[in-house]
Design a protein around this ligand. Structure first.
Ligand code: GLN
Length: 184
């Protein structure tokens, strides 16, 4: 796992007590409807919203981006969004599984392109004024940031490139043991 390779101790979060004990949180890809249901059952929705409001560094990728959004325009009726970022996403906006794709994208602040893997990714259809768009595909934001919260429509953990994780950790004020990698 990228974070471990950077010297960070990681653990999976399943309970509010576990959430209360971490310094930062990755909300990974998966299926946002199922993740929403599990967050509700585990009574993690409100604690997560609270910690986000208090400034918890969060890296949300793909389904994790959907969960962080304030509005999901084609989610299930019972699907929760955490409303951490003022943005609207179309859940399977790039199409079905077969429409998944990979492409090199230019990212603000990175010297060379990043190979981005999109798997049934959300399309960002609206971005609130306080949120920075750091990369776009076909004119739509695919990497967005507000303070310690970064969200990606793609899977940055699948490219063998740790630049985005390192940047998120640094921007969040989290020290890690490997200060620079081969690509930056
Ligand atoms: N389309 C999925 C969803 O709705 C997200 C896919 C992913 O995380 N790779 O949650």
């Amino acid at each position: 796992m990228i974070l471990e390779s950077l010297g960070c101790a990681t653990r999976q979060i399943r309970t509010p007590d576990q959430l209360a004990a971490v310094d930062a949180l990755v909300v990974p890809g998966g299926e946002s409807t199922t993740m929403s249901m599990l967050l509700e059952r585990s009574q993690l929705l409100d604690p997560l919203r609270e910690r986000a409001e208090q400034g918890l560094p969060i890296f949300g990728t793909c389904a994790g981006m959907i969960l962080m959004a304030s509005e999901i325009c084609d989610g299930r009726d019972d699907q929760h969004s955490l409303g951490v970022l003022d943005m609207t996403v179309a859940r399977n906006g790039y199409g079905r599984q077969i429409d998944s794709f990979e492409t090199d994208i230019e990212i603000v602040g990175l010297d060379t392109p990043f190979h981005a893997v999109f798997i049934r990714s959300p399309v960002v259809t609206r971005l609130g004024p306080e949120i920075e768009s750091l990369a776009e595909v076909d004119g739509f934001p695919v990497l967005c940031r507000k303070g310690p919260v970064t969200v990606a429509a793609f899977h940055p953990e699948l490219s063998g490139d740790d630049r985005l994780h390192r940047r998120w950790l640094s921007q969040s004020g989290i020290c890690y043991s490997r200060a620079s990698g081969p690509k930056e």
